[in-house]
Design a protein around this ligand. Structure first.
Ligand code: MCA
Ligand code: AMP
Length: 468
């Protein structure tokens, strides 16, 4: 199976551009260096080097582990140790500590390889392509094993739903260490054949410039990007010439949908997915777009709703239930965590998303919430309360900590911490987390309190935190 098309438009990231044949030539030099490795890590900055490293891994059939470039030492050490990555791919200027795998400087490699896969022969379709680290409700992030066949099936289903062709110019500026920015936003155009204009950061004014100067036709954003766009009429109006504005990773608020439609003339296409499932549900290019709804299942995807006791919930558009999915695009499991993998599936083999949804008689899905309050979505990033609580508890002055998501106009939810501590200020605690974990995981608000509300079992009652 050829996961990536060898022909198609150029890739531009933050102003630097490579034609497709040069990209594959450079990536094949990476493939030759990493051949036979169990896994390699990539410091996933928004750069051509990241794209070349990831494509090199795919050519060689070596699983690639993207590491958020701003991840602090605790998070980075966990990802590197847990994944077993034997090399760290980055540009030659990257700082690598002696305890980390050796650096392979991507920018020092020859850029005119033979376009081959480093002599690795045919890579099986079920081989792991990516190991993406994502937060659970407790503990450290888990590595999600994503196969080549899942990526191929997922991208083909999206291309079909969005009528995505080599004639499109994809524009976005999302981070290159998650499904949205990396799988859809980089492997998507590489498979479909369309050019990619990555704006470096997902800023509305950069999207507007790409619409006008580069003929951008297909735009990807998280709701925070679209809400910032909708708040800036001249920027939004620059997107009138686009073909499709796509929103995902978190709920798109209905007022943002309406404002964006009015200013751009485009009703945005909303789609829903998870790191573990890739994108499973979407509105379609030629079809209806409904504010507050995420569309219908993609080709090959089946969905159902279940009550807490596992019984079936009717598709009446009103009764909520936990969304279960079945599809060829599902992950292979969590790395080194067979129990967590088993728990995420029902006995009859459906993946439990943990999202609460309704399904209408016409198949339209609406996401109405999450089963657990311990997963927070802030700016489209999934953040586990437990990981932040552990980071706070690592501060010597902190005695107790409880973390929740609270509503935020710009980010959807913000990380809010309630902390019992002696002699330390809010800002110091925010900086402490920002230094140990990815900066986007830091609490935006810290409440210093005398004690946390607990039940008779001694467990923190998070629903009562807001009373403090
Ligand atoms: C702030 N900064 C700090 C501190 N506070 N640095 C050190 N210490 C601190 N205490 C710095 C940051 O480093 C950064 O610097 C700047 O301040 C702002 O950072 P941030 O808070 O991250 O920026 P933001 O503007 O608030 O971010 C909004 C955003 C971002 C751009 C929308 O949240 C984002 O990129 N979201 C995308 C998430 C995503 O792709 N999710 C997909 C998951 P500097 O400016 O230098 O960097 S995949 C998924 O969900 C599924 C499959 C799906 O459906 O897609
Ligand atoms: P992640 O694993 O970071 O990929 O986050 C997946 C989660 O993002 C899902 O379980 C949902 O809670 C949320 N999500 C993604 N897309 C949407 C959407 N269009 N509407 C509502 N929630 C979404």
């Amino acid at each position: 199976m050829d996961l990536l098309g060898g022909t198609g438009g150029p890739v531009r990231i933050a102003g630097r551009e490579l034609p497709r044949d040069e990209l594959f030539g450079w990536a094949s030099a990476v493939a030759a260096e990493i051949r036979g490795a169990d896994a390699v890590a990539v410091i996933a900055t928004a750069s051509l080097e990241t794209v070349v490293a990831v494509v090199g891994g795919l050519l060689a059939g070596v699983p690639v582990v993207p590491v958020p470039p701003d991840s602090g030492p605790a998070e980075r050490a966990h990802i590197l140790a847990d994944s077993g990555a034997s090399m760290l791919l980055a540009d030659g200027g990257a700082k690598v500590s002696p305890s980390e795998p050796p650096l392979l400087p991507v920018d020092w490699l020859p850029r005119h390889g033979d376009g081959g896969n480093g002599g690795n022969g045919e890579v099986p379709a079920d081989a792991t392509a990516l190991i993406l680290y994502t937060s659970g409700t407790t503990g450290a992030p888990k590595g999600v094993l994503i196969s080549r066949s899942a990526i191929a099936a997922g991208l083909d289903a999206l291309a079909e739903a969005w009528a995505w062709t080599p004639g499109d110019v994809l524009v976005h500026g999302l981070p290159l260490f998650h499904v949205h920015g990396l799988v859809l936003g980089v492997l998507g155009p590489l498979r479909v054949g369309s050019p990619l204009v990555h704006t470096g950061r997902p800023k509305p004014e950069l999207y507007a410039a790409a619409a006008q100067d580069d003929g951008g036709s297909l735009f990807f954003g998280v709701p925070t990007v679209w809400s910032r766009t909708a708040a800036d009429p001249s920027t939004a109006e620059a997107l009138r010439g686009a073909r499709l504005l796509v929103s995902g990773s978190a709920p798109l608020p209905v007022p943002v949908f309406e404002r964006l439609s009015a200013l751009t003339g485009h009703r945005p296409v909303e789609r829903y997915g998870m790191t573990e499932t890739l994108i499973t549900i979407s509105a379609r290019a030629e079809g209806d777009r409904r504010p507050g709804h995420v569309g219908t299942p993609l080709h090959g995807v089946r969905t159902r709703l279940a009550a807490e006791d596992g019984s079936a919930v009717p598709s009446d558009g009103e009764t909520p239930g936990e969304l279960h999915v079945r599809a060829p695009l599902l992950f292979k499991g969590y790395l080194n965590r067979p129990e967590a993998t088993a728990k995420s599936f029902t006995p009859d083999g459906w993946f439990r998303t943990g999202d609460i949804a309704t399904i209408g008689p016409d198949g339209w899905h609406r996401i109405v919430g999450r089963a657990s309050t311990d997963l927070i979505k802030s700016g489209g990033y999934r953040i586990g309360a437990g990981e932040i609580e552990n980071a706070l508890l690592a501060h010597p002055a902190v005695r107790e900590a409880a973390v929740v998501g609270t509503p935020h106009d710009d980010l959807g939810e913000q990380v809010t911490a309630y902390v019992v501590a002696d002699g330390v200020g809010e800002k110091a605690l925010i900086d402490f987390v920002a230094e140990r974990l990815s900066v986007h995981k830091r609490p935006r608000v810290v409440h210093l309190v005398g004690s946390l509300p607990r039940n008779a079992m001694g467990k923190v009652v998070k629903t009562r935190l807001s009373e403090l």
